[in-house]
Design a protein around this ligand. Sequence first.
Ligand code: DC
Length: 233
Amino acid sequence: MTKAGVVGVVIAVDGPSGSGKSTTARGVASRLGLRYLDTGAMYRALTWAMLRRGVDVDDATAVTAVAADVVIEPGTDPVAPTITADGVDVAVPIRGPAVTRAVSSVSAVPAVRAALVELQRRIIGSGDIVVEGRDIGSVVAPEAQLKIFLVADATARAARRTAELGGSNDLVASTQQDMERRDRLDSSRPASPLRRAVDAVVVDTTDMTLDEVVAHVVALVPAGSATTEGVAP
Ligand code: DC
């Protein structure tokens, strides 16, 4: 996709859970014919592997000892994202409650971040990719041509996350509590916390449909990026 000698575009999409990151990042990648990388799925897959090995996820030394041993392989097709850990397809179990409860502890460990950030940079390579996460614009790809930081009010985020998980409306309050706990942990950890890059564009998605968010982000892609030609309608 990248023309010879032209570095492809990198679009960073960061923000807290439920802000619309995945739908936005996948939608933008599909519209622009770019690859897509879900870094949250990588932290979840590593967490799944830790739990499978019986590692105590609150013991940073134990997590560090295993971090570099697990082989995480994310696919980059925005239409059909895939993820494996040690060769096992973990797309479904990484969304379950056990992984969701443990992932903030695992992702706070510096050795975990070092291993996954290195892998993420390798996959980003020469670009043509939309990357979603918490620290993409600030740490993983500070060279990204476009950095988006999505926000939404807590109730809207909880309602979206509950719907994604197929839960009924009475679960919104407990989902909100769980999300706020994770956001607190993700924002307060010393190793690359959730933080907006100074040059990121903040998009508040509370009152937007996700289609509107995708269109808004596509319109922000700098003219002259290697891929802005041939944008699908
Ligand atoms: O986006 P998500 O909810 O699938 O992310 C799961 C967890 O992974 C989240 O609690 C924080 C962590 N994470 C991170 O620390 N850095 C990233 N770039 C992406 C996710």
